[in-house]
Write a protein of this length. Structure first.
Length: 253
């Protein structure tokens, strides 16, 4: 950064060239393993996230070590099973950093220090069934990491729709800026919620189901086909993506 600015001051670069070089400088490369977006928190309000499935463990631990040595920001690791989390603790040392692991959501946040965060807004997070909670918890962790308060209500799906209305009313009264609605099976709940509220609804199809609904494709298709306006739909089991979209809504003001 300093070299780029000195070249700009000395007339060796014009302002457009300097801007491109500064933008390129926001990518941190770890050997041939990964290229980290070290400016993500400046652009989006939440730090870099690593999707852990299919990554070799040695590559994963290298990325974590290099990132934590280089950056002051938190690091998020998603879809991380408990056995890998315990191995990371062993290799990095339990006292080296602050670790916050949500076993149900299989998500880990590594911090160098705890910081006070101003609450930006409230986000409602709902699940149709108990089996969807792991995906909702992934969304909750990211929503809170992004500086928002998550108001949650789980297992209030259409199979007992009378459970839904008082929870929706409470969240509306609390002024939530968006709803994240996780549902498997036939995926009907986001459409119902969108028909009741006047804020964006983010549908998260989950892989909960059997028969033709196994794997979440029926829930995904149903949410995409919803006739209720105001719904955005993320991919199957993508609680992380839903939370990021909710934070984008909040941060767009």
């Amino acid at each position: 950064m300093k070299d780029i600015l000195e070249s700009l001051v000395n007339g060796e670069l014009n302002i457009d060239e300097a801007e491109k070089l500064i933008s390129a400088n926001g990518i941190l490369e770890f050997e041939d393993i990964a290229k980290m977006d070290i400016k993500r928190s400046d652009r989006t309000g939440f730090p870099e996230a690593i999707f852990s499935p299919s990554k070799d463990y040695d590559d994963l631990i290298l990325i974590i070590k290099r990132y934590m040595q280089t950056k002051e920001d938190d690091l998020i690791i998603t879809k991380l099973p408990n056995n890998r989390y315990e191995k990371i603790l062993e290799d990095l040392g339990e006292d080296t950093y602050i670790y916050e692991y949500n076993k149900r959501a299989q998500i880990l946040i590594i911090r160098k220090e705890l910081k006070e965060k101003e609450t930006l807004a409230k986000i409602g997070i709902i699940t149709a069934g108990t089996s969807d909670i792991n995906i909702a918890e992934e969304a909750r962790v990211i929503v809170e990491e992004g500086g928002c308060e998550a108001i949650t209500s789980y297992d209030i799906g259409v199979a007992g729709i009378h459970r839904l209305f008082p929870q929706i009313a409470y969240m509306v009264k609390e002024g939530v800026r968006a709803f994240i609605v996780c549902a498997g099976m036939e995926g009907a709940l986001p459409s119902v919620v969108a028909g009741l509220v006047d804020v964006p609804v983010i549908g998260v199809p989950t892989s909960v189901g059997y028969g033709v609904g196994e794997g979440g494709r029926v829930a995904l298709d149903a949410m995409l086909q919803s006739c209720a306006p105001g719904i955005a739909v993320v991919n199957i089991d993508n609680g992380f993506g839903a939370a990021v979209f909710a934070l984008t809504i909040v941060n767009s003001d």
